[in-house]
Design a protein around this ligand. Sequence first.
Ligand code: NAP
Length: 683
Amino acid sequence: MNAPLSESHRLKSYACGEWFVGEGTGKQLFDATSGLPVSTIDSTGLDFQDMLAHGRRQGGASLRSMSFHQRALMLKGLGQALMADKESFYTYSTATGATRTDSWIDIEGGISTLLSYGSKGRRELPNTRMLVDGVPEPLSSDNTFSAQHILTPLEGVAVHINAFNFPCWGMLEKLAPTLLAGMPAIIKPASQTAYLTELMVQHIIATGILPEGALQLISGSVGDLLDHVTAQDVVTFTGSAATGQMLRVHPAIISHSTRFTMEADSLNAVVLGKDATPDTPEFDLFVREVAREMTTKAGQKCTAIRRVIVPREQADAVVSALSTRLGRTTVGDPNDENVRMGPLASLDQRCEVRERITELSAEAQIVYGNPDNPALVSGDAAKGAFVDPVLLYCDQPKGCEAIHSVEAFGPVCTLIPYESTDDAIELAALGGGSLVASVFTDDGEFARDVVAGLAPWHGRIMLGNRLSAKSSTGHGSPLPMLVHGGPGRAGGGEELGGIRAVKHYMQRSAVQGTPGLLSAVTGRWIPGAPVVVSEEHPFRKSLATLEIGDTVVTAGRTITLEDIEHFAHFTGDNFYAHMDEAAACANPFFDGRVAHGYLVVSFAAGLFVDPAPGPVLANYGVDNLRFLTPVYPEDTVQLSLTCKEINPRETDEHGEVRWDCTVTNQDAAVVAQYDVLTMVAKN
Ligand code: NAP
């Protein structure tokens, strides 16, 4: 049961393993709808230097002792536990002004991001503590000196300073890749909605799933924390450009080259294609998307559409269709189930949005909505932070500044006409770099040209048309597997994007040495490293005894013309290079008929496989298969198969084993090279 939100409710910080109540009077926070006090926030008395030290010493050490798969399972467990508790978060979320749908994006969207990293970590990362990055680089002709890039977790703390609009998702989308990388975090939520973040952190700590020190929370100001960050820490900031630009040049961040990522505000655009006239499905989809982006979370989304770029000849039709659509948006108390759009997060926020609308109005006229007098279906306009959705129109957008630079962080959009494709691209780029743009068109040529022009200025581009209408995830949804961030005005940062985000919390190093030493360091066999050829076939070894470098070198097999013809008839692959001597000779790569590459691979399997039941459970594919030298009739092939990488699973009685397979001919030329992938029992 949650403690009721009230004037006497004081938010706590979680520091050095203890819940801490600020020693000052603090700042009062208010319900977005009723205007009543909901809690007081204060971090006075916290020892921020101690928090950093605790995170580094205890949280970091524990996380780094775990493998990627163990950390991924930890995220999965945490996600499941939070999902089971989800209703308690909804109770507090309403106080932020969020409707049930808005809260779902924040709460379940955030938890799903944890679960997604829990699953990606096990599918896409090895069960190790060090990440091998890319392929080995041979640096000497005799293969005695090579290099391998590796990634190791930073030994500091990730300080996440978050915005008010997504108190759960904003925390979890950063926390998931941080913990998966093996780095502890200190979360500093924006004060306005910190009561929801604090509640979720209480649940997280209570699960006992995270090692102590992996997560700490600051409810209130960060005090002198940034004075104590070092070269191994990371600071990520989400919020307004003004605050971000100030923090980015903090003396400690500059002097230690502390990694600093910024996700700031963004004048995201949508472009309507010229083909998408009012009689097309794309026009309807576009209108629906713009209205949804304006009203979800009352427009308080960093990805929300702020500029609507439409063919000049369609401007009137768009104003009319959007006005009709927005007219159906019921504004009011988010507890009222008939309400589609709740209030802004606070009265301060409403003041701010109204000021920004005034600035925009100097260059554009309001064509829908009344910023000062919202039409409500419930709630009290005097007490709650309500605003109408407001649509503006700017007829001559090229010479304007405000419409391309002023972000009204609410349900506010400006409609802008364009003449040509180049014009539309130029207008979108005037935003100075954005998180996302979307394009509504069913014309492939327009899509190609406009995406090529938009891409350098945007972190994500969504194409909408009739075919994807049902499956599209929409303009405004950042997804765990896709990059979230944008150049220039958007902050120049990058978050999410699947495993890419994990690497933001790790150091990439190039390690040079003999292949043998590099294999010892990385736990992955690389060409040139010692091999062990023993009496016992490596397929007879379970994960308990198998080691990287274990090798089998097979006998040779001569491939005859009869074999080639038999394979051709059997499989139906009668390609001329295998079956027609004259045509094969005329081919620039061959001197006559050649064996099928797949025949070589099949014979190779026949040579290396040890057939009796044993620890090898299944072959699940090959990677990086290349045919490098033609195999002619009467050539003799043989191969060496070397255990390259062993990945035991945490939750199963088997693991994945990757084998290097090199097939050579009688002249020792490599004819085929690939990785064989198998499942092998632990015992
Ligand atoms: P904000 O006022 O800049 O605050 C952002 C965060 O910075 C808050 O946690 C705030 O804490 C903290 N902060 C303020 N001054 C600080 C200082 N001197 N030292 C350390 N921390 C400090 O922004 P906001 O109003 O919360 O968020 C709205 C903005 O965020 C919008 O412009 C929106 O576009 C942007 N946003 C961007 C993204 C993205 O991913 N690109 C996502 C969401 C929001 P207090 O609240 O305690 O002051």
